[in-house]
Design a protein around this ligand. Structure first.
Ligand code: HEM
Length: 276
């Protein structure tokens, strides 16, 4: 008998009436009823559990990024940095989750891989929402149906990203961010701009003259670093599980992810280092 069977039977209507305050408050019994493995493999159950944990953690990171954006809009850069610092803590937890998934032997993975069908992480609307919030708005990676199904995803696509708000903040701090970079179409992905690279270089050449902008830059870079770190660890897990096989979402698998790994959030914060 698998673990799922145990939890399914515990969460009936009768159990709901008698559940403890802890279980009732966070609806833990319902939470443990949300796994529906298609094989008897305990590895499949772990795979589903870890995927669900990661989804919730994506949401937590988004929550903090959203807070940071609101604080920046209100010119509270210190509070924005606090939120970004909490975001990066959660990102580290997200990265450490790969450790657990890495413990799965490839032959065990193959016993249930086929039952995934076309299910793929590319379809995670919470991951996409986080990417949109940070500024990577690639419509080609988003299913049009998902934009209709999940209004929060559509709303995020239409909103200025964290980086848009950061650049607006820099401008209010008196830094020469070009006007067209501030008035851009926020539903599109941010494109690297040499003029913005120069603005960040100006901040880094004299941090004491721009303490809030400098601190913000360091926190933004840490979020970007942790995101790329997550992608790199995912790629290693994929190579370990699939080798050169195609992905269930229809891509080339590791080769496709390797290209995605080249992407950097807040690109000028990386490239301006050449100028220093
Ligand atoms: C054995 C474990 C895993 C394997 C072999 C795997 C494999 C893949 C592959 C091959 C892709 C490329 C798209 C495709 O064709 O499917 C992909 C994308 C993706 N996977 Fe996984 N994955 C695994 C676990 C996970 C987990 C646990 C998560 C987190 C919930 C996850 C999240 C994602 C995301 C978000 C993408 C899209 C990346 C992007 O568009 O930037 N993956 N995965």
């Amino acid at each position: 008998m698998t673990d799922t069977t145990v939890h399914s039977s515990a969460a009936g209507p009768c159990a709901a009436a008698h559940r403890s305050p802890y279980v009732g408050y966070a609806r833990m019994d319902e939470l443990h009823d949300l796994q529906d493995p298609r094989t008897g493999s305990p590895f499949e159950l772990s795979f589903i559990l870890l995927s669900q944990v990661k989804e919730l953690l994506f949401r937590m990171v988004h929550l903090e990024v959203d807070q940071a954006r609101a604080q920046l809009r209100a010119d509270r850069a210190g509070d924005a940095c606090g939120a970004l610092s909490r975001a990066t803590r959660t990102q580290r937890v997200l990265i450490s989750c790969w450790e657990s998934m890495n413990g799965m032997p490839v032959d065990e993975f193959l016993t249930f891989r086929d039952v995934l069908g076309e299910a793929s992480g590319t379809q995670s609307f919470m991951y996409r929402r986080l990417e949109f919030a940070l500024g990577n708005k690639n419509p080609a990676l988003t299913r049009p149906e998902d934009l209709r199904l999940y209004p929060e995803l559509r709303a995020e696509l239409d909103s200025p990203s964290l980086y848009d708000e950061a650049l607006r903040f820099l401008r209010r701090e008196g830094l020469p961010v070009p006007a067209d970079a501030l008035d851009r179409d926020v539903t599109r992905t941010h494109r690297a701009d040499e003029r913005i690279e120069q603005v960040w270089a100006q901040v880094y050449r004299d941090p004491a003259a721009h303490p809030a902008a400098y601190r913000l830059a360091e926190h933004l870079l840490e979020v970007a670093y942790q995101f790329s770190h997550w992608r790199a660890a995912h790629l290693l897990v994929v190579e370990r599980m699939l080798g050169g096989k195609r992905g269930s979402g229809g891509t080339d698998g590791a080769a496709w992810l390797r290209e995605i790994n080249e992407h950097r959030f807040f690109p000028e914060l990386w490239t301006m280092r050449t100028l220093l």
